[in-house]
Design a protein around this ligand. Structure first.
Ligand SMILES: NC(=O)C1=CN([C@@H]2O[C@H](COP(=O)(O)OP(=O)(O)OC[C@H]3O[C@@H](n4cnc5c(N)ncnc54)[C@H](O)[C@@H]3O)[C@@H](O)[C@H]2O)C=CC1
Ligand SMILES: O=C(O)C(=O)COP(=O)(O)O
Length: 386
C-alpha cells in the first residue's frame, strides 16, 4: 500500500483515479504528495517521500534544490489548466475594454434607479472593441499560445515574445501571430499586454518601471502568471500618471487595493472544475507511474528515463552526474552475485538517474552498500506488481 498526502483542494477526480493500492491522507509519512500551490519552501519532507506531483503549471512553490538533494522526484502538469487561464484572460480583455468592473460597481450602487437612462447623458462607460486592437503576449507556452490564438480569432493583432520557445510549443501557435525579437518590440505599440511566464529569478520584475514606460499611453496590463513578475508598485505609479489605463492581476498585494483602475482576482486563473480534474488526474498518473515503475517523463528535476518493466525487480538510483557512477554501481551488484538483466542511465544537469532490472530481489545489505557510495542520493527497490 502506498500513502499519498494531498495539500490544497485537490479535485476528487484525481483521488478516485488512484488504484486500490493507494490510501490518501491516512498518514503524514507519505510516499507521495499531490499538491497545488501550497508553499513548501519551509517544509520538512518525510524520509519516505519519493515524489511530489504539482497538479498545475507553476512550481515556484517547490524548493527544487532541497527536494532533489533529498532524492525526491518533482513533477508539474503544464497545460492541464491552460484553457481555464486563457478563458479568464480573454474575459478580462473584454472586461477592461468595456469598463466592466466600474459598470458593475455603478449598477450595484444604483440598484433602484433606471440606470439605462444615465448613458444618454454620460458616456463614461463607452468602451472600445478588441477587433483590430493589438495584444502583446509575453511567454508563448501552454497558456500564452492559447491566449494568442484566441485573441487572433477575436480579430486582434497579436504579437508574441518568447526567447526560449520550445519547438513543440511553436507548433501550437497560429502563423498569424507576429514574432517579436525583444520585449520592447513586443510591447511598444500594444493596446493590451499580458504576461504568461514562469516565476524564476530571471522573470521576477520582468515587467518593471522601464518596460511599463515603453508601453503606449492607455495600455491595459494583465498578470495571470505570478506575484512579482509585474512590479506592482511600478504599475500603480503608471496608473497614477494615467499612462496605464487598467491593471488586472490574479495576485493581490496591499498597494493594489481600493483602486477603480485595478482588478485583483484571487489566484483563480486555473480554478475551473475541468482544469482541477485534469491536473489531479495527471498528478495521480504521475505518482502511480513513478512509484510502481520508477519510469520518468517530464520531471522537473530528473531526466526522462522510460524502460519497459518486465523483470520481477528493479533498482532505481538517483545520483550525481559524475564519472564512474555506473561502474561503481555495477561492481556492487557483481560483488553480490546479482545478474543485471537491463541497465539504463540518463542525466539532466548535475543529476543522473539509473534503472537496473533484476530477476532476483536485491538484499538490504546491497541496498545499504549502494546507498553508502558517495554521490548516490537515493536507492529504491521496486517489486513488479504485474
Ligand atoms: N493564475 C493561475 O491560476 C495560473 C498561473 N499560471 C502561471 O503561468 C505560467 C505559465 O504557464 P504555462 O504557459 O502553462 O507554462 P509553460 O512552461 O508552458 O510556458 C511558459 C513560457 O514562458 C516562456 N518564458 C520563460 N521566460 C521568459 C521570458 N523571460 N520572456 C518571455 N518568455 C519566457 C517559456 O519559454 C515558455 O514558453 C506558470 O508558470 C504559472 O506561474 C499557470 C496556470 C494557472
Ligand atoms: O497552475 C498554476 O500555476 C496555478 O497558478 C494554479 O494554481 P492553483 O493550482 O489554482 O493553486
Amino acid at each position: 500500500m502506498y500513502n499519498v498526502k494531498t495539500y490544497n483542494a485537490i479535485s476528487p477526480a484525481g483521488i478516485d483515479h488512484l488504484s486500490n493500492q493507494y490510501q490518501v491522507n491516512k498518514t503524514d509519512d507519505a510516499d507521495a504528495y499531490l499538491i497545488r500551490s501550497v508553499d513548501l519552501h519551509e517544509a520538512d519532507f518525510p524520509k519516505q517521500l519519493k515524489v511530489i506531483a504539482r497538479a498545475g503549471a507553476g512550481f515556484n512553490n517547490i524548493p527544487l534544490d532541497r527536494v532533489t538533494e533529498a532524492g525526491i522526484a518533482a513533477f508539474n502538469t503544464p497545460g492541464s489548466n491552460a484553457n481555464a487561464v486563457k478563458e479568464l484572460v480573454i474575459a478580462m480583455l473584454v472586461a477592461s475594454a468595456r469598463h466592466m468592473f466600474a459598470v458593475t460597481n455603478f449598477s450595484a450602487q444604483h440598484i433602484h434607479a433606471d440606470i439605462s437612462l444615465m448613458k444618454k447623458t454620460d458616456d463614461r462607460f463607452k468602451g472600445t472593441e478588441l477587433l483590430g486592437k493589438k495584444l502583446a503576449v509575453i511567454g508563448l507556452g501552454h497558456v500564452g499560445s492559447l491566449v494568442a490564438n484566441a485573441a487572433r480569432e477575436l480579430g486582434m493583432k497579436v504579437v508574441g515574445f518568447d526567447p526560449f520557445l520550445s519547438s513543440d510549443a511553436a507548433w501550437h501557435i497560429s502563423n498569424q501571430i507576429e514574432r517579436a525579437d525583444s520585449m520592447k518590440a513586443a510591447i511598444k505599440d500594444a493596446d493590451f499586454v499580458t504576461v504568461h511566464v514562469p516565476k524564476t529569478a530571471e522573470t521576477t520584475g520582468l515587467i518593471g518601471a522601464e518596460e511599463i514606460k515603453a508601453m503606449k499611453d492607455g495600455v491595459h496590463l494583465l498578470n495571470y502568471s505570478r506575484l512579482g513578475i509585474v512590479d506592482n508598485q511600478a504599475a500603480v505609479n503608471a496608473l497614477d500618471a494615467k499612462h496605464v489605463a487598467s491593471y488586472i492581476t490574479d495576485f493581490g498585494e496591499d498597494v493594489l487595493f481600493n483602486r477603480e483602475d485595478v482588478v485583483v482576482t484571487p489566484h483563480i486563473g486555473g480554478s475551473t472544475e475541468e482544469a482541477e480534474a485534469n491536473g489531479s488526474i495527471r498528478g495521480a498518473n504521475i505518482i502511480m507511474k513513478y512509484l510502481e515503475t520508477g519510469n520518468v517523463k517530464g520531471a522537473l528535476n530528473l531526466p526522462d528515463l522510460n524502460v519497459p518493466f518486465n523483470t520481477p525487480f528493479r533498482l532505481t538510483l538517483i545520483h550525481q552526474n559524475i564519472p564512474n557512477m555506473v561502474g561503481q554501481i555495477a561492481t556492487k551488484l557483481a560483488n553480490n552475485d546479482l545478474n543485471i538483466e537491463g541497465m539504463s542511465n540518463a542525466a539532466k544537469d548535475k543529476i543522473a538517474y539509473t534503472i537496473i532490472d533484476l530477476d532476483e530481489e536485491p538484499t538490504e545489505d546491497l541496498v545499504d552498500a549502494l546507498t553508502q557510495i558517495n554521490s548516490i542520493i537515493r536507492v529504491r527497490v521496486i517489486k513488479n506488481q504485474k
